[in-house]
Design a protein around this ligand. Structure first.
Ligand SMILES: Nc1ncnc2c1ncn2[C@@H]1O[C@H](COP(=O)(O)OP(=O)(O)OP(=O)(O)O)[C@@H](O)[C@H]1O
Ligand SMILES: [Mg+2]
Length: 361
């Protein structure tokens, strides 16, 4: 299959009139890489669905251009675009069999019957639904219904697959299984895919690239690992998992290492010429970037404030310094410390990321 890129150039989509106007999508530009899966991630109402529907052709943006494979598609209705959309609610026809549901788009195109049979059989096989041709949607599990919805889109041979929260009606375990299936399929077909979700774990686990949106704008673009480890803004850091923002001071600079102090102790990091001696910085530290310490020069004192046992880890809130609360994960835990316990903790230097202090707006 031909791999095609999708580009959004300065897309704006508004809803409402007069005083009540909402900019659901606000000057969004992005080139979606051909053959890759890009996740559109962000909190409820940030404009993910609206962006996707503009690409699919269900909404017309007031401004901007949408290009698929370099060709402008703004004027095309959904059925003339080389895109296929999988919706959250599956949108299957309840009175039709699996076969007829999957064949629907091909019948609309008036393909000859033998070709329809062959394409439907192939689509059902890819989605592991062979043998279920004669069932109706209500005779299928949620996961099977979602597969039918995907097969129905695939048989039309779209060049771009669009997913809008396709798994949110499934239980937690099936969701994890199905997201793996969707990713495998996308990689096997090497098809360009855009996947809307508000679930950060889902987005990180299946995508090549993530676009984090906030209030109609793109807040950050990057690989899941980069976005997790180097969130560009506090919004992104907070939205993608739990993060500690700690205040530190640059004690010394120099090659190859500099020293950063925090809570009256200091630790070393690779030198970074963005910072000067004496500068106050934000230390972005995920809960797994802090650990219990045996003591030593980088260890600081804390008191357990709360403990949540989560199986593979214990998540602690620890009071440090003048009462700041930091969140720390103890992975593979063999003990559970109670509230009030005195502990020593340290920062794992290569796991944190330093940022310039953001100016308050
Ligand atoms: N048809 C519409 N008419 C008016 N306002 C709309 C319409 N569709 C969306 N909006 C508004 O546009 C904004 C973006 O909505 P959108 O559905 O794109 O959000 P979303 O990121 O998909 O959220 P969710 O995660 O809840 O699905 C919201 O403020 C929403 O209320
Ligand atoms: Mg939505």
């Amino acid at each position: 299959m031909k791999k095609v890129p999708v580009a959004l150039l300065n897309i704006t989509k508004r809803f409402g009139k007069g005083e009540e106007i909402i900019k659901a999508v606000d000057r969004v530009s992005h080139e979606f890489e051909a053959g890759k899966l890009t996740a559109l991630l962000g909190p409820s109402g940030c404009g993910k669905t609206t962006t996707l529907r503009c690409i699919a052709g269900f909404y017309q943006p007031e401004e901007g251009d949408i290009l698929v494979d370099g060709k402008r598609v703004n004027h095309l209705p959904p059925y003339s675009r080389p895109t296929g959309t999988v919706f959250q609610n599956y949108a299957l026809f309840p009175h039709m069999t699996v076969f007829e549901n999957v064949a629907y788009g091909l019948r609309v195109k008036k393909l000859p019957e033998p070709e329809i049979k062959q394409k439907v059989a192939q689509g059902l096989e890819i989605l592991q639904l062979s043998g279920m041709e004669d069932r109706r949607p209500d005779q299928l599990s949620g996961g099977q219904q979602q597969r039918v919805a995907i097969a129905r889109v695939l048989v039309n041979e779209p060049q771009v697959l669009l997913f809008d929260e396709p798994l949110s009606n499934l239980d937690a375990k099936l969701r994890v299984y199905m997201r793996g299936e969707i990713r495998n399929l996308q990689e096997r077909l090497e098809i360009t895919a855009i996947y809307v979700t508000h679930d950060q774990e889902e987005a990180m686990s299946i995508s090549d690239t993530m676009l984090v949106m906030n209030q109609g704008r793109v807040e950050q673009v990057g690989s899941p690992l980069d976005i997790y480890r180097k969130p560009a803004t506090e919004f992104v850091a907070d939205f993608i998992g739990m993060t500690n923002f700690l205040r530190g001071t640059i004690k010394s600079t120099g090659d190859p290492r500099m020293r950063v102090s925090i809570y009256n102790v200091s630790f070393e990091l690779p030198a970074d010429d963005r910072f000067d001696v004496g500068e106050v910085v934000t230390i972005v530290a995920r809960p797994e970037a802090i650990r219990f310490s045996e003591g030593g020069e980088a260890a600081f004192n804390g008191t357990i404030h709360s403990a949540f046992f989560l199986g593979s880890l214990v998540r602690y809130e620890i009071a440090v310094g003048d009462g700041d609360l930091i969140t720390m994960d103890d992975s593979n835990p063999v003990r559970l410390l109670s509230k009030g316990s005195k502990v020593k903790v340290e920062i794992i230097p290569h796991s944190v990321y330093l940022k310039k202090v953001e100016k308050t707006k």
